[in-house]
Design a protein around this ligand. Sequence first.
Ligand code: PRX
Length: 580
Amino acid sequence: MDYPIIAKPPLDQFAVRPNLSDYAGLREGFVYSDVINDLDGLPGGGLNIAHEAIDRHIARGRGEHIAWLWEGKDGSVERYTYADASRLSNQFANVLGALGVAKGDRVFCFMDRVPELYAAVFGTLKAGCVTGPLFSAFGPDAAGDRLADAGAKVLVTSPEQRAKVAAMKPRLPELRHIIIVDHGKEPTLEPGELAWNDLMKDAPDTYDIVHTGPEDPAVMHYTSGTTGKSKGAVHVHQAVLGHYATGKYVLDLHPDDIYWCTADPGWVTGTSYGMFAPHTNGVTSVIYEGGFSASKWYEVVQRHRVTVWYTAPTAIRLLMKAGDDLPKKFDLSSLRYTMSVGEPLNPEAVVWGEKAIGLPFHDNWWQTETGSIMIANYPIMPIKPGSMGRPMPGIEAGVIDDDGNPKPAGEEGDLALRPGWPSMFRTYWNNEPMYRSKFRNGWYITGDRGRTDADGYFWFVGRADDVINTAGHLVGPFEVESALIEHPAVAEAGVIGKPDPVAMEIVKAFVTLKDGFEPSDKLRGELMQFARKKLGPGVAPREIDFLASLPKTRSGKIMRRLLKARELGLPEGDTSTLED
Ligand code: PRX
């Protein structure tokens, strides 16, 4: 079906929204340095994300504006002003100093979305350390791999994560301090743990931010590839230019906005757009601790009068499933702009948004590695439902062939970006060769396939590799295969993404068994549990099939592509390298 372009009203109707008219005036050759004067820099020189996001608003007289509007799982609401956020992050920076944590050290968080997580991230940045929030649903293998690779020195976590932390601790020789947060309570401590409350109580709430320069590492997010364990994409303080500029021009944030990004800071969207873009633009950011529930989410919008909403296709598809009548039971009139990211957004979902909640979802595209939005349906741009939009001014995106030549409109190729934007990752932690392998003929190769159309809109085609996108979260098949083969019954494992109407893909595993083990439903259940415990529910396979053997290349590599083709009943393609 062809979806009509969703036209935008003429610009003058937006006259009261200055960002939009600013946007129209952006020069073709907009570069991020154009917004540098909107930011302040550190008082004595230098650049620090936390200063731009939090402290500078106080200097500009907006210290009493609400920064974090937090709603807990139990419905309780807490409000933190920019001044509160500054004090709390100052205290945490002082805590790190008192613990002997030095500039450049990695400080990771592993907990739910409680205010302390936000204070810890900004405090870590102020102390010149590298922050790494981990998804709280990760199992001990998934979290442990990341912490071990990062050589984290401090882990801020919660009592619920204790068993996982205990399981991974032997693998973390560099971990010096475990700080326990139990929001609203005094945690009972176990040997070797420190209490957040105790540490913060004695810490001064003023702090001189450690001098950081634009190229100093600030944030690390782990992301999955086809081979090997996940890799830590390293971002620097200069990334804040990208967060700020895209917050202003793509998210259309104004200081009076009540903005809600539904992503967890364990994924890059939850930091770049749950923390840095909103706060550099000085808005109130809603933090909802609970998980997805259609009626609860509408209630959050209604209760907090959310104006700008940034969410993801899986959530939108679940909202669609919950029906068109449900949103009518809530007052969603505060909303003026809605966006989506992380997976392909079905054109039906864009159009459904207009019908059911009165606004189309504006799709945009980026990656952990890009650090900020690269391609978007900006607020003033006509939306082509199903398209990711057009490159952010200052970004050169292309669909290219193997030699780096742009493909004509309509033809599929590698989606690539010209390196050099401020929020671009600077390396993969401990893995410079892998970082370098992502560049070809002067382009950064994203790993996605796409095409352009005659109007310069970009369309997503698929991944060029075996990485699985389940509910907007990338899962590396190798990580799942590695966990499965640790089970005594499993000889080999091959993992694919199986198409799913809601989550886009689910993780599906094929396993062969060692001699002496027979396939059974009981064993299947046991393997599922085993993987869930190690990796967490978002990463573990949702389906497992037993096979007598796995298709392999002559060099012994499991051919996931073939497993997938067979699963989907598709042609098997080139099997010339298949083992006899
Ligand atoms: O495959 C693309 C998909 O998600 C990948 C990036 O995932 P991650 O590094 O976890 O970053 C999350 C922050 C967005 C991309 O390589 N993806 C992201 N946005 C879209 C998308 N696929 C289709 N359409 C999108 N709008």
